[in-house]
Ligand binder design. Structure first.
Ligand SMILES: *Cc1c(COP(=O)(O)O)cnc(C)c1O
Length: 433
């Protein structure tokens, strides 16, 4: 049988096609050349039984594969059973937040009072909303939780030390550790207590004239059980002569009935913490952001610190955050509120439409992404053969499940009901291949 690979055009011949000129102008010669080489390489991987594309048609094909596809990020269906999945971009935004981003993406009054025409505090409406929800504390916003910790260190402990329990020296993920983050600011950490137990006297004994604050970090991604003890914020706030900063991680503004042990901003402020730090894209269900709450004079100091400028959030984040708090239920909140009965009905409906037999089983999901560690969330999954995992992840709408042994588990906890037909379509596409 003839193999036509030798008749494929050379890279330079394709690049000379006038159609690619404007792509070369906007993306650069190297970028377009790499794409062309990759397209040719793909054609060379197997024998070509008939003549392959010539230079003009290859140029046309490369052009359709190039931006302006809006982004190379894919819309993905999260069938992992983990509601806030860090590798999948944490919280999916509510429809309200998506609309707000669209609305704010043009020219906006983010730093102008339209009645006076003068400069106004950045994102004042979003900040006012957050302050009202948590019941009175002042708020400041930065890029994420890690940025909030850094800003607190610089503004409240520069050239000094902070006190942190050995039981709260948390690695957040991807090798990033809170103690190393703090030390990168030049602040010294005075470690107190042990892995399992820290007493109020440990904290009080470590305070000296260079102590900026005591840091309490919520152990948001692990649990220590057995002979354990930590000092409640309230006790620290009463006993200590230095400020208490609470990094609660998850982003709950108010207590959540289904997560009774997860700290929230309002309760932590009321317990006497001087500063409370949380993330925007975990349980709050909003965009990536670091939320800081405290008394107005402290928050004012944070806002005026030079570093605040480098850590500030953009107008799209401000818009999305406001809509997350005031707008329709977030996907994270909806997932937390679904019952196993609803999930089972959806799973059985999906299974009934599949071209492959799939069993439906009860499962146990998780909040994930730095929230409610060890708290089981009742869920339901469909069971498929494990060799469906790769084609489903690389299909036209990637579906990311969880492989366990020879089974692929498609968990519905974090799948929006509106995505169920896509799950059916994607599984059936694999089944008919
Ligand atoms: C997630 C988390 C952080 C980091 O927040 P980012 O928004 O990811 O920067 C810090 N502390 C705790 C306790 C967390 O759970």
């Amino acid at each position: 049988m003839a193999d036509y690979r030798r008749s494929l055009p050379a890279v330079d011949a394709v690049l000379r096609e006038p159609e690619l000129n404007s792509a070369v102008d906007s993306l650069g010669h190297d970028f377009v050349k790499a794409r062309t080489q990759a397209a040719l390489e793909l054609l060379r991987q197997n024998p070509l039984p008939s003549p392959g594309p010539d230079a003009p048609s290859l140029a046309a094909q490369i052009l359709t594969d190039l931006p302006p596809a809006p982004t190379t990020l894919h819309q993905v269906i999260n069938a992992s059973g983990i509601i806030v999945h860090t590798n999948l971009g944490r919280a999916p935004l509510s429809d309200g937040a998506k609309a707000a981003i669209q609305h704010a993406s043009g020219v906006t009054d983010v730093e102008m009072d339209l009645t006076t025409g003068r400069r106004a505090p950045r994102g004042a409406a979003t900040i006012n909303t957050l302050e009202r929800v948590v019941g009175g504390a002042s708020a400041h916003l930065v890029n994420n939780g890690a940025a909030a910790i850094i800003l607190a260190c610089h503004a409240m402990a520069s050239k000094g030390n902070i006190i942190l329990s050995r039981g709260e020296m948390v690695e957040i993920g991807d090798g990033f550790r809170i103690p190393e983050l703090i030390e990168s600011t030049g602040v010294e950490i005075r470690e107190v207590g042990t892995t399992n137990r820290t007493h109020v006297t440990d904290y009080l004994g470590a305070i000296d004239e260079d102590t900026g604050f005591i840091l309490k970090v919520h152990t948001s991604n692990f649990r220590v059980e057995g002979f354990t003890g930590e000092v409640p914020i309230q006790e620290l706030a009463t006993e200590a002569t230095v400020p208490v900063v609470a990094d609660i991680g998850s982003g709950l503004l108010l207590p959540h009935p289904r997560l009774p042990n997860e700290p929230d901003v309002r309760t932590t402020v009321n317990a006497g913490a001087d500063l409370v730090i949380t993330s925007g894209d975990k349980l709050l269900g909003g965009p990536q952001a670091g939320l800081m709450f405290g008394a107005s004079d402290l928050i004012h100091r944070l806002r005026r610190h030079p570093l605040a400028r480098a850590l500030r959030v953009d107008k799209l984040t401000l818009a999305a955050l406001e809509a997350t708090v005031t707008g329709p239920t977030t996907p994270v909140a909806r997932a937390l509120a679904t019952t196993r009965v609803e999930l089972r009905q959806r799973a059985e409906k999906i299974a009934g439409q599949l071209k492959i037999a799939a069993t439906v089983e009860d499962s146990v999901g998780a909040v994930g992404g730095g929230g409610a560690p060890g708290v089981p969330i009742e869920s339901v999954h469909l069971v498929l053969p494990a060799d469906y995992a790769v084609p489903l992840r690389t299909g036209s709408v990637p579906v990311v499940g969880h492989v366990k042994g020879d089974r692929l588990l498609i968990d519905l906890l974090a799948v929006d009901p509106s995505e169920d037909p896509i799950v059916v379509q994607e599984i059936n596409a694999v089944a008919s291949n």
